[in-house]
Design a protein around this ligand. Structure first.
Ligand code: ADP
Ligand code: ZN
Length: 630
C-alpha cells in the first residue's frame, strides 16, 4: 500500500475507534436513566417504610425487590424492582442495620460473573482502547510532531534540480553579476578553499515583490547544479511555540547533508524584524527564538561546507541589523524595478514561450509599462496569449498585448503603482534637481545613477550617490552639502512648476530634518546653541538610528532655539540650492527630458549629456509643462 493509502486507512480505523470509545464513555458516565433507578435517599425511605421484600447488594448497586405492588390511585405504578447506585463513601453500615431492623432479606453478590465483566468494562477496556488509539493515532501524531519541526523546505536536489538559469532572469544584470561569484564557488569549492578566499555565507536579495528574487536564487542553484532548499520566513513562525527554532535547526541539518546547496529563505522580514525596541514589549518570543536560532546556525557553519544562504525581502529597513552583520547576510544585492531596456529584456525572455505575431512590438510594450516588475510583465505575456487563444487566433498580436497591459495596469492602479505621464515628468524634474545639486556642490558624493522608476512602492524616483571612500568624520560643510542634495528635488519642482510643489519630497525633507537636528543637537555645530548636546538619546540595544527616541533634558526656551536654528540652517541651504538650480535651469531641463525618455541614466550618460554644448538646447527640446502645448 502506498503511504497515502496507509494513512487514510489508519485514519478510518482511528475514527471508528474514537466513536466507539466516546459512545462507551458517555454510556458509563451517563447510564441511560432507567425508570426503576432511584436515589439512595429514596431507597432508604423505602427500606424504612418496609416496602422491600428482598434486597441484593452488588458491587455497583442496590437492587430492591418491592413487596406486592399495590396501585395507588393518582400515582404511577412502581416497577417491582428498584435500583440505587452504590456510591463510594455511602454509610453502608447504617443501611445494613436498617435492613436488619426492618427484616429485609439481603444478600451480597460481590463477584458475580457480571461483576468482573463490568470491572473489566469499567477499568480495563478504557485503557485498552486508549492504548490502541495511541498506537494508531499516536504514530500519526508522533510523525506529525516530527514534521512540525522538520522544515517544509522543498528540496530540489540534483536529480530533480531546478533548470532555471541566468538566461531566464532578465533586466537585473547587476544582481546577476554579483551572484556569478557565488555560482563559481558552488561549482569549484576546492579552488576557493585552497586559496582561502572568503565567500559570503549569506546574500540578501532586496527588491519589490515580483522582481525576480526567487527566480534569481533558483538560477544560482541551476547554474551551479546544486540542491535548492527553499522556505518562506512566514512558514517558520506559524504554529506552535518552539517549532520555528526547531525548523531552522532541521533545515540546516538537512542542507548540510546535501551540500553543496543553497538555502533560500523568502520573506526574511517575517522572522528577521528588529527585535523588541526600547520600552515596547512587543514580545514575539516565537519569532525572536526563531531569529536567534537562525543567527546561531549561520554562525555555526562555514562556507567550506558548501552551504550558501540566499534570502529575500522587500522591506530591508525593518530587518534586525544583527542579520546583516559580517558573516551573515553581509552581501546585499538590489533588484530594482527594471527600466525600459530591462523590461524589454524580460519581455523577450517570456516571449520565447509564446508565438508572437509580426505586428507586435515588444519595445512598445516596454515603453508603456514603466514601474512594472518581472512578474507583471510575465503576466502580460501570459494574459495576451490567453486572449489570443480566446479570440481564436494562432498568434499573439498587438491588440492582445494592449488589452493585457490594460488589465495588468488596472490592477496596479488600484495598488497605486502606476505613474501618469504628468507625474513622470514631475519626478524627472525632481530627480534632476537632486542630480544637478549633487554635481554642483563641492562635497557631495558622485552621482552613480538617477532614475524615475521608484525603488519601492510609494516612493518616487531615486538618485544614487556612492561615496568615494569610507568616512569616519563629516565636516559641517559636508553635512550641509548633503542636506543641499536632499533639498534639490523640492527646489527643482518649485522652480519649474512656479511654486506649485508636490508631496513627492516628503522623504527627502524627513531625512534633511533628521540631519539638521543632529547638526544642532548632537554635533554642536550651531552658533546659537554652542558646542553642547541637547536631549538624551534613549539607549536601546537594537535601535537603528540614534534618533528614534530622545529624552528631552532642556528648557522650553532651548527647544525654541533648537527649532529656530534648524529652520535657519535649512533655510540658508535651500536658498543656496535654488540659486544653483536657477543658474543651471537649462541643464535641469535637459536631464529631465532625457530621464522621461530613458527613465534611468548612468553616470556616463549623465556626463555625456552635460558635456554637450548647451547651444543644442532649443525651446522645443525642453519639455512642455502641463497647460503648455506640446
Ligand atoms: P520575487 O521572489 O521577487 O517576489 P519571483 O522570482 O517569484 O519574484 O517572480 C515571479 C515570476 O515573475 C517569475 O517566476 C518569473 O516568471 C517572473 N519574473 C520576475 N522577475 C523576472 C525577471 N527579472 N526576468 C524574468 N522573469 C521574471
Ligand atoms: Zn527626492
Amino acid at each position: 500500500m502506498d503511504n497515502a493509502g496507509n494513512q487514510r486507512w489508519i485514519r478510518v480505523v482511528t475514527n471508528a475507534l474514537l466513536i466507539l470509545a466516546s459512545v462507551y464513555l458517555i454510556s458509563t458516565i451517563f447510564p441511560s436513566a432507567e425508570r426503576n433507578e432511584i436515589a439512595y435517599s429514596e431507597f432508604l425511605t423505602d427500606v424504612r417504610a418496609d416496602r422491600f421484600q428482598q434486597v441484593e447488594i452488588t458491587d455497583r448497586e442496590l437492587v430492591g425487590v418491592l413487596k406486592e405492588n399495590k396501585a395507588t390511585p393518582g400515582k404511577a405504578v412502581r416497577p417491582s424492582v428498584v435500583k440505587a447506585a452504590r456510591l463510594p463513601g455511602m454509610d453502608e453500615a447504617n443501611l445494613l442495620k436498617e435492613l436488619e431492623a426492618h427484616g429485609v432479606a439481603f444478600s451480597g453478590k460481590p463477584s458475580s460473573s457480571l461483576g468482573w465483566l463490568s470491572f473489566l468494562a469499567l477499568w480495563v477496556l478504557p485503557f485498552v482502547v486508549l492504548a490502541v488509539m495511541f498506537r494508531l493515532t499516536g504514530r500519526r501524531i508522533g510523525r506529525g510532531a516530527l514534521t512540525f519541526g522538520r522544515s517544509r523546505a522543498k528540496i530540489y536536489d540534483q536529480s530533480t534540480k531546478t533548470n532555471v538559469t541566468f538566461a531566464d532572469v532578465a533586466g537585473v544584470d547587476e544582481a546577476k553579476a554579483e551572484l556569478v561569484e557565488v555560482v563559481d564557488f558552488l561549482k569549484h569549492p576546492r579552488k576557493y578553499q585552497a586559496l582561502g578566499g572568503r565567500i559570503p555565507k549569506g546574500v540578501l536579495l532586496v527588491g519589490p515583490p515580483g522582481s525576480g528574487k526567487t527566480l534569481l536564487a533558483r538560477a544560482v542553484a541551476g547554474e551551479a547544479g546544486v540542491s535548492f532548499f527553499s522556505i518562506s520566513g512566514s512558514e517558520f513562525v506559524e504554529m506552535f511555540v518552539g517549532v520555528g527554532a526547531a525548523r531552522v535547526r532541521d533545515l540546516f541539518e538537512q542542507a548540510k547533508s546535501k551540500a553543496p546547496c543553497i538555502i533560500f529563505i523568502d520573506e526574511l522580514d517575517a522572522i528577521g524584524k528588529v527585535r523588541s525596541a526600547q520600552g515596547v514589549q512587543m514580545s514575539n518570543d516565537e519569532r525572536e527564538q526563531t531569529l536567534n536560532q537562525l543567527l546561531v546556525e549561520m554562525d555555526g557553519f562555514d562556507t567550506s561546507q558548501g552551504v550558501i544562504m540566499i534570502s529575500a525581502t522587500n522591506t530591508p529597513e525593518v530587518l534586525d541589523p544583527a542579520l546583516l552583520r559580517g558573516g551573515r547576510f553581509d552581501r546585499q544585492v538590489i533588484l530594482d524595478r527594471p527600466d525600459v531596456e530591462g523590461r524589454l529584456a524580460i519581455l523577450e525572455v517570456h516571449a520565447k514561450k509564446i508565438k508572437i505575431g509580426r505586428g507586435a512590438d515588444l519595445r512598445a510594450i516596454a515603453t508603456r509599462t514603466p514601474g512594472m516588475v518581472g512578474s507583471d510583465l510575465a503576466t502580460i505575456m501570459n494574459e495576451a496569449a490567453l486572449l489570443a487563444a480566446r479570440h481564436g487566433k494562432d498568434e499573439v498580436g498587438m491588440p492582445d498585448f494592449d488589452e493585457a497591459i490594460d488589465r495588468v495596469m488596472l490592477g496596479m492602479e488600484k495598488k497605486k503603482q502606476v505613474m501618469s505621464s504628468e507625474e513622470k515628468k514631475r519626478v524627472a524634474y525632481h530627480e534632476s534637481g537632486h542630480t544637478l545639486v549633487a554635481l554642483s556642490v563641492e562635497h557631495a558624493d558622485p552621482v552613480q545613477r538617477v532614475s524615475i522608476i521608484p525603488r519601492t512602492i510609494g516612493a518616487v524616483g531615486y538618485t544614487l550617490q556612492l561615496p568615494l571612500h569610507d568616512r569616519y568624520l563629516m565636516t559641517q560643510p559636508e553635512l550641509e552639502d548633503q542636506i543641499a542634495v536632499m533639498l534639490g528635488g523640492r527646489a527643482a519642482e518649485e522652480l519649474i512648476y512656479e511654486g506649485v510643489i508636490s508631496s513627492g519630497a516628503a522623504n527627502d525633507l524627513e531625512r534633511a530634518s533628521e540631519l539638521v537636528r543632529r547638526i544642532v543637537t548632537r554635533f554642536g555645530m550651531s552658533r546659537e546653541l554652542g558646542p553642547l548636546t541637547w536631549g538624551e538619546p534613549v539607549p536601546s540595544r537594537f535601535l537603528r538610528t540614534p534618533f528614534e527616541a530622545e529624552q528631552r533634558n532642556y528648557s522650553e526656551h532651548t527647544a525654541w532655539l533648537i527649532d529656530e536654528e534648524e529652520r535657519r540652517i535649512v533655510g540658508e541651504i535651500y536658498a543656496r540650492v535654488k540659486a544653483i538650480l536657477t543658474r543651471k535651469r537649462d541643464q535641469l531641463q535637459k536631464v529631465a527630458a532625457e530621464l522621461v525618455l530613458k527613465e534611468t541614466l548612468s553616470r556616463e550618460e549623465l556626463n555625456r549629456l552635460l558635456a554637450q554644448e548647451p547651444a543644442g538646447l532649443t525651446p522645443s527640446s525642453a519639455m512642455p509643462l502641463r497647460g503648455e502645448p506640446s
